[in-house]
Design a protein around this ligand. Structure first.
Ligand code: ADP
Ligand code: ZN
Ligand code: ZN
Length: 758
């Protein structure tokens, strides 16, 4: 049927939809909207397939390659203007291109679940409490029989304006409700249901600290702390670049005062009325840092990590976006949170691989943070006791400013490291006689010991000593791990479990025997050896329940634990000031790996665990049990320290042309059979060889380090090039053509740019 042409062509919207497709989708705009009213980044609801989806506007125009009669109108517009700034939208486009990940999924990862599913972007009302006329006139002394009420009334009276919202009351004291209720009942305080816009304001040191269970040096609260010259240099360097883009690598051993540097810089950013984004690798690290920040700053602070409810994350995101909160403390997922007045980004423990997202949109929060800093024109501060080789290299190349804190702050002393040769030594559940004696001495003097073993469960292998049968996972290339306490065998890769068999299932006669070590087993041995000492085990099995890790940490810091035993959880930032001896039960398992990243991780792990010892004024010792006492890496590390190790490792990487002296991307493929992913990767390799320039190396396909996992067969193809732009060009062409490669739709593949493990 012939149609009359419209006077003005209808507006067509190109939108990004969170689906794994590398393209935009076109829709008609509603007839009554104009192009100028549609800002890129706004959320829209669109029909998609049989249902509807939330989409993000990329651009509005009048062109489409789709036939007009096939275009559908959108369902509705959700935002009148974009919740993201133009610069943050540019960041998402860059990330989508650099990581070769579909733009719709990249956009949706920047939003909290509530906004992703179309909820309105308004902050929930916060009850706000004000001082009444009676409250103003009342002398808080009159309430001295209930000190908490007295303190709260005094707090309101000293606060200008004399109104407080819940978040501020939480800052004052987590347990404010009973006192507030009493003051409401006495009509000293009234409830107004208004939403109060909280303007970040630095009102000096918070005078209303509550006693915290984390032992924090109280001197810093009183401002007595004398910064050492290195700290002063670091602080001045960062402050000097506020308002500009610059990257700083703050390298300082544990306890050297990095956090103090962060806080001093943050103070200046807050004084400028700007916001700070602080990223840490793990949720578990937020409480101690939060506590220190709260003691120091009386500004609104927001937490964002995966343990929050959707509602809390919604509020956290909007609080930053609307500029009501001054500091955001969060994990990797908080990276994209918008800031109304961005001032600074800090990444603590920058070397930690938790900053790399390992599934879906595989991005490095460190690298994206740096790009974000560049776009927002603000400094990025990376801190670590054990900087990644990439960051050190960048510092040596003067792309980053290198700031070094070389000594422990205050009077704390550095720990000393010793290798303990356990060749031909009798081991008692992994513990040598010499180590047991050391433990005995330290425990007898009432000090704490920390024992590190990076494997949970009782033992990693169950073997029949008659026929040699080994308990294997049927779905993975892996042994089942014995969990003796639960009487289970569990696969640590796919999670499958079975009862612990009483007899060998193969020969039906042989007795079964555990082989190797897990924390559960060492716990048993230690309890037997030191029955009158208190032991706390920290691993994924003992800290599953919400709040349990926090409780253990309090117990340890209150001196109510003598032996602390655990996995890599111990290596991450927690402070154990009373520990004077650290024992690393088994360093050898990390020494010989085919992945070139392994030695870097091992050196970081040893150094980080060592850093837990002797943080206070007691000196600490670290004992490493090994069967390779002559190993070059171990010797460099314990005699000359992490930096020397890193410098040697960098030279090795340079000779082998490995990152950071080249760039890599890993294409992974998996399916429930071995043929298809292999054939797919072979075809991709052939295609790549047609497109590539001579400089790109294509290695593989080869089997993944664990060829079969959770029933899937896994293979990979590695791309390597010493020019990032060449590699990027090749990847872009491959991705553009990948759907035409055999089996592309029958298998699951993913591209990992700058992989952190191979
Ligand atoms: P890091 O973050 O590098 O581990 P912290 O900033 O936590 O180090 O500092 C370790 C301890 O030393 C903290 O208790 C801190 O209050 C204290 N501290 C930091 N700087 C100084 C200083 N200049 N003088 C005295 N104590 C300090
Ligand atoms: Zn057997
Ligand atoms: Zn398994």
């Amino acid at each position: 049927m012939p149609k009359l042409p419209d006077a003005t062509p209808r507006l067509i919207l190109k939108v990004a939809i969170p689906v794994p497709l590398y393209r935009l989708f076109d829709y008609y705009a509603p007839p009554d909207v104009t192009e100028s009213s549609l800002s890129p980044g706004i959320r829209l609801e669109v029909p998609f397939g049989a249902g509807k989806k939330i989409a993000y506007l990329i651009e509005a125009g009048t062109n489409s390659e789709i036939a007009p009669e096939k275009l559908k109108p959108i369902v509705r517009i959700l935002d009148s203007k974009s919740l993201l700034s133009t610069k943050d939208i540019r960041l998402l486009h860059w990330a989508s291109q650099y990581y070769h990940h579909p733009i719709g999924e990249v956009f949706s990862s920047a939003f909290p679940a509530t906004l992703r599913s179309g909820k309105t972007a308004i902050l929930p009302l916060q009850p706000c409490y004000v001082l009444t006329a009676l409250g103003k006139a009342t002398d808080s002394e009159q309430l001295k029989r209930s000190p908490k009420q007295q303190a709260l009334l005094a707090y309101f009276q000293s606060h200008h304006p004399a109104s407080l919202v819940e978040a501020e009351l939480n800052n004052w004291d987590k347990n404010w409700r009973p006192a507030l209720k009493a003051l409401l009942a006495k009509s000293l305080i009234a409830n107004t249901a208004a939403k109060i816009a909280y303007i970040p304001q630095l009102s000096g040191v918070n005078a209303h600290n509550t006693k915290s269970s984390f032992n924090e040096a109280t001197q810093e609260d009183k401002g007595k702390l004398q910064l050492n010259p290195e700290q002063q240099i670091a602080i001045a360097a960062v402050i000097g670049e506020l308002g500009k883009f610059a990257v700083f690598l703050l390298e300082g051993i544990t306890g050297s005062g990095k956090t103090e540097v962060y806080m001093q810089v943050i103070r200046t950013v807050l004084e400028r009325g700007q916001q700070v984004l602080v990223l840490v690798p793990e949720i578990n690290l937020t409480p101690q840092l939060e506590e220190r920040f709260r003691q120091r700053f009386s500004v609104a602070m927001t937490l964002s990590h995966s343990n929050l409810t959707d509602k809390q994350r919604h509020a956290a995101w909007l609080n930053m976006q609307q500029g009501m909160s001054a500091i955001l403390l969060g994990t990797r997922s908080a990276l994209f949170t918008p800031m109304k007045r961005p001032g600074l980004i800090i990444l603590d423990e920058e070397h930690d691989t938790s900053f790399k997202q390992q599934e879906g949109f595989r991005f490095s929060a460190r690298d994206v943070a740096i790009m974000r800093g560049k776009l927002l024109n603000i400094p990025v501060l990376l801190g670590s006791a054990t900087p990644s080789l990439e960051s050190l290299h960048n510092a040596y190349q003067q792309r980053y400013r290198h700031l070094v804190l070389s000594q422990r702050a205050g009077s704390a002393v550095e720990p000393t490291l010793h290798l303990l040769d356990i060749r031909n030594k009798k081991l008692h559940h992994g513990l040598s006689e010499a180590l047991i004696n050391e433990l005995r001495k330290v425990l007898a003097s009432g000090e704490q010991v920390l024992i590190f073993l990076n494997r949970r469960g009782f033992a990693p292998t169950l073997i029949c000593h008659a026929c040699g049968w080994v308990a294997r996972c049927r779905h993975c290339d892996a042994n089942l791990v014995i969990h003796n306490y639960e009487k289970l065998l569990r696969c640590h890769h796919c999670g499958r479990e079975q009862r612990l068999p009483p007899l060998c299932p193969a020969c039906k006669t042989g007795g079964l025997m555990p082989l190797g070590l897990g924390t559960e087993r060492v716990e048993g041995a230690l309890r037997e050896l030191f029955p009158d000492k208190t032991l706390v085990r920290l691993d994924r099995d003992t800290t599953q329940r919400k709040g349990s890790l926090e409780r253990y940490l309090v117990q340890i810091n209150d001196g109510k634990a003598d032996i602390i035993l655990g996995t890599q959880m111990l290596a991450k930032g927690h402070h154990f000031p009373n520990v004077t001896l650290v024992a690393i039960v088994d360093v050898d398992s990390g020494l010989f790996s085919i992945d070139y990243h392994a030695t870097e991780r091992l050196a970081q792990m040893i150094t980080q665990v060592s850093g837990r010892a002797g943080r206070a004024e007691k000196s600490g010792r670290v004992i490493l049990q090994t069967r390779h006492p002559d190993h070059a890496l171990l010797n460099t590390l314990i005699r000359e320290g992490y930096r020397r190790f890193a410098d040697i490792a960098l030279v090795e990487r340079q000779h082998a042309l490995l990152p950071p002296f080249s760039y890599q991307a890993l294409l992974r493929a998996q399916a429930d059979n071995a043929n298809m992913p292999l054939a797919f990767l072979q075809a991709v390799a052939t295609l790549a060889k047609m497109h590539k320039s001579g400089q790109i190396q294509i290695l593989g396909p080869v089997a993944a380090p664990m060829e079969k996992r959770a029933g899937l067969y896994r293979y990979q193809l590695l791309f390597q090039c010493d020019k990032r732009s060449e590699l990027q060009k090749c990847l872009a062409e491959l991705i553009a053509n990948i759907d035409s490669v055999a089996y592309a739709k029958k298998i699951r593949w993913s591209l990992d740019v700058d992989p952190v493990d191979l």
